[in-house]
Write a protein of this length. Sequence first.
Length: 70
Amino acid sequence: MASPLEDIVAAKSRKKMYAAFALIGVLLGAIQVGYGAASAGQPTWLGVALAVYSFLGPPLGLTAYSNVKT
């Protein structure tokens, strides 16, 4: 199975993109946990960001999965 991004994004750039996506997920999760621990209401921007992040996760995961050499 070929990566959907292989023809348009170089491997080095894809690696950076995956790392950035993972870092964004950790940051969003940490912010959400912080608001929860403070018993503060979650801001709208955070809810929107988490929704968009979860929407983008499966296609990026599939692309990463397709790049695993067995």
